[in-house]
Every structure is written in structure tokens, then in C-alpha cells.
Design a protein around this ligand. Structure first.
Ligand SMILES: C[S@@+](CC[C@H](N)C(=O)[O-])C[C@H]1O[C@@H](n2cnc3c(N)ncnc32)[C@H](O)[C@@H]1O
Length: 406
């Protein structure tokens, strides 16, 4: 039987209507006619009968097997429009007006952080990403999204997997490019015994890592794993959150700096290690609030060692349980907020009942963003403009920054 794809799901599956209800079709595009066996409401291996004009040959040789990318069969223009439409539809679903919107797409080979999986096998070791809809690990030597420096460390990850991995479980290697070289935060492997500790420390030396930690224990700290945020240099704790590409970070920071404008007292909520707070301190005093003490400490150290910045104060606080209250928010003429995927319902409710005139909302989830936007608009804010940032090229992931004023 043939199915015609009507739209894409949030996970980038094609969605068609079948005799027994909705059918999800892997790697299909709107307007395409496909054929295939439906198992549990899904066609996993469709035959494309009528291709879309937006269909392109996937540029990466690993695309068929690797589950890291889901959009390489679509043109760049289609993907950009689809990501902007995900934000548009989330707002429309709540009856909200859609403002002016632009998109910034990170170039190929620009991801500066990625988590590789390592697993021992009968024959040796496998290091790479998970296969599509599976926990099998596939090797990705020609991956098109990662910075070359990240791929260059895969031989070391094989050696570490052989040493401390198992055939049952997996090691997750969070690899980040710092100004001082690569840093790796491994988790999930066996805790190293003294001899393995020594060998891992030798690998860190041999591969010239800036830092290696294993199950949260630092094995080698050879050079400070510095990240540059504006004029400040920060050494984040192992595995700390960072924006995925320098390009995406620069686009978000430029948006936030312009949107904050002439505000002199700014709060940065869910501040991480200072991605926004430190560049904003070039133009305003900033109070940075973040749930992880290790991250606020790193941010504070970075500010103390930098020259030419306005004052930055830090506070470690759980903003889900203890959001900033209206009398605290009254001290600021702008706020930047960048919560995790769950959004910032409690904090946004307090912002709504505060006198705050200007808010930059950075989000990695259009659905929770639209929920928070509705609360803000009900409280008299206007959603002025929106920037969609695609720093997870070829994935279904959408990020955005929005300016609200009143
Ligand atoms: C999307 S990241 C943004 C970090 C930072 N703005 C950046 O761009 O690098 C979200 C941050 O929220 C922090 N976070 C998560 N839950 C939190 C909570 N309940 N209270 C405060 N911070 C929290 C995380 O530690 C993380 O640093």
C-alpha cells in the first residue's frame, strides 16, 4: 500500500494517514509517496515511490547506519524552514502571534562537544554513536558534524574502552574541545584500579589531553581546560554544559547583547559557566544564578581573572524550587533566562508578576518555550523577535532566543 506523507513529526519522521490511523515513516519528507511494511504504526525501511524535490543525497557515508543525524536526506533550505516552523507551530498551538524570525545554522564540522559510546566486543572495541533506533555502536570516522579534533581522539577512546570497558555496559565519553586542547569526561566504565589509573593517565599524556576524568574523578589535569567567554577565560568543571558550537554560541550571545541593549543591571538565570553573563559584563553589571555550585565557582573565577568587565556576582540556587521573586527581580532592567528542556515555569510566573521590562528567553524546547511565552504575553509582554539557532545540524533539535519587552 502507498502512503502520502503529510508532515514531519517533532522527531523528523514523516507522518501519513493510513486505514488504521497515523503511520510514522522513517526518513520521509512531506509530499512524498512511500511504500513499506507497517510495524507498530511505523515504516522503518520505506521505499520512496515519489520523491520530494527537497530530497537530496545524504552527504555523510554513515547516514544509513548512524542514529546521530535524522535530516541529511532533506535540503538545507527545507531543514531551516522546518526548524523555524516547529517554533511557529508551538506558538500558534497556544494562539500566540508569531514575530519576525531568522535562523542561524552552524557550519559542518563545527560541533565542539559530543558524547561517544565505547563498548568492548568479542573481537575488540567499538567507539562511535548509537545506530538508528538501537543501542548498537557504529563507528563514524568520516562524521560531518564534529570538529576534526574530536574525531582525532577516537584511537585513544578505543584504548580506554579496551582497558576499562565491558561487553555488557557502555562507556560514555563526553569530549569537549577547549582552548588548551581536548578534555574527556568518561562515565559508565569500571572504576579504574591503581594500575588502570596509571595507564589512563599515560594515555592522557600520550594523546596530549588537557584533562581526563573518569566517573567524576580527575585522572589527569595537564592544562586548564579553558573556554573563552568574551574577555573572560573560564575552566568549566568536567562535563559541564556548553553550547554545542562556537558559531551557535556566538549567534546566541550576539542576540542577547543586542536585546539587553542599554540595560545596566542584568540577571542571567540558569547561567551555566557564564556563556552569557561574562560577555554581557562588557556592557552591564550582571548577577548570574545557576544550580550547580561547581559552575558558579568557575564563572566567578573567570570574572575575577578578567580585565575590563563590569561587576559580576554569582549565586548558586535551585531556580525550579526557589525562583527569583518579584522584589528581587525589581533590581534588574533586563533578565536573560536559559533553562533546560523542561523550561522555567516557576521562574517565568515570578517574572510575570514582577515589574521587569525586558527579558531574553533562550530555549532548547519550542514546546516549553511557547508555554512560558503564553504566561509572559498574558502579563503584558510583547514577543518582539526570535532567532532560531541550528547548532545540532541534521538533528530534530531546535534552539532559539527570543526578546520580550513591556
Ligand atoms: C541550557 S543550560 C544553559 C547554561 C548557560 N546559560 C549556557 O548557555 O552555557 C541550563 C543550565 O541550567 C542549570 N540548571 C538546571 N536545573 C536548574 C535548576 N533547577 N536551578 C538552577 N539551574 C539549573 C544547568 O546546570 C545548566 O547550566
Amino acid at each position: 500500500m502507498n502512503y502520502e506523507i503529510e508532515r514531519l513529526s517533532l522527531h523528523a519522521d514523516g507522518v501519513a494517514r493510513g486505514p488504521d490511523g497515523t503511520v510514522h515513516v522513517a526518513m520521509a519528507l512531506p509530499g512524498e509517496v512511500v511504500e513499506g511494511d507497517v510495524v507498530d504504526g511505523r515504516i522503518a525501511q520505506p521505499k520512496i515511490v515519489t520523491p520530494s524535490p527537497e530530497r537530496v543525497k545524504a552527504p555523510c557515508p554513515h547516514y544509513r547506519s548512524c542514529g546521530g543525524c535524522v535530516m541529511q536526506h532533506a535540503s538545507e533550505g527545507f531543514t531551516a524552514a522546518w526548524k523555524m516552523d516547529a517554533v511557529r507551530q508551538a506558538l500558534i498551538a497556544r494562539g500566540l502571534a508569531v514575530p519576525e524570525m531568522t535562523i542561524a545554522t552552524s557550519p559542518l564540522q563545527s560541533r565542539r562537544r559530543a558524547t561517544f559510546s565505547g563498548r568492548r566486543t568479542k573481537k575488540g572495541t567499538l567507539v562511535g554513536f548509537h545506530a538508528r533506533a538501537s543501542d548498537t555502536v557504529v563507528e563514524i570516522p568520516n562524521c560531518l558534524i564534529l570538529r576534526r579534533e574530536l574525531l582525532s581522539i577516537v584511537p585513544m577512546l578505543h584504548e580506554a574502552t579496551a582497558l576499562a570497558g565491558s561487553r555488557k555496559g557502555e562507556i560514555a565519553f563526553a569530549v569537549t574541545l577547549s582552548e588548551a586542547g581536548l578534555e574527556i569526561a568518561a562515565s559508565g566504565g569500571k572504576d579504574p584500579d591503581p594500575a588502570q589509573f596509571e595507564t589512563l593517565s599515560g594515555l592522557a599524556r600520550q594523546y596530549d589531553l588537557a584533562r581526563l576524568s573518569w566517573n567524576a574523578e580527575v585522572i589527569a589535569a595537564r592544562r586548564p581546560a579553558i573556554q573563552q567567554f568574551g574577555k573572560a577565560q573560564v575552566v568549566p568543571p568536567p562535563g559541564a554544559f556548553l553550547q554545542a558550537t562556537h558559531h551557535g554560541e556566538a549567534a546566541l550571545v550576539a542576540f542577547a547583547k543586542a536585546a539587553v541593549g542599554s540595560a545596566q543591571h542584568v540577571a542571567d538565570l540558569f547561567a551555566g559557566c557564564g556563556t552569557f553573563a561574562l560577555p554581557l559584563a562588557e556592557q552591564a553589571e550582571v548577577h548570574a544564578v545557576e544550580g550547580s555550585a561547581a559552575m558558579t565557582d568557575a564563572l566567578d573565577q573567570g570574572w575575577r581573572q578578567a580585565q575590563g568587565l563590569h561587576r559580576v556576582t554569582t549565586e548558586t540556587r535551585d531556580l525550579f524550587r526557589r525562583p527569583l521573586l518579584p522584589d528581587e527581580l525589581a533590581k534588574f532592567d533586563a533578565v536573560v533566562i536559559d533553562p533546560p528542556r523542561a523550561g522555567a515555569q516557576a521562574q517565568v510566573a515570578e517574572i510575570a508578576s514582577s515589574p521587569l521590562p525586558r527579558l531574553v528567553h533562550v530555549s532548547c524546547n519550542p514546546v516549553t518555550f511557547a508555554r512560558d511565552a503564553e504566561t509572559l504575553l498574558d502579563a503584558g509582554f510583547t514577543l518582539e523577535k526570535l532567532l532560531v539557532v541550528d547548532q545540532f545540524r541534521f538533528s530534530a533539535h531546535v534552539e532559539l532566543a527570543a526578546l520580550f519587552t513591556r
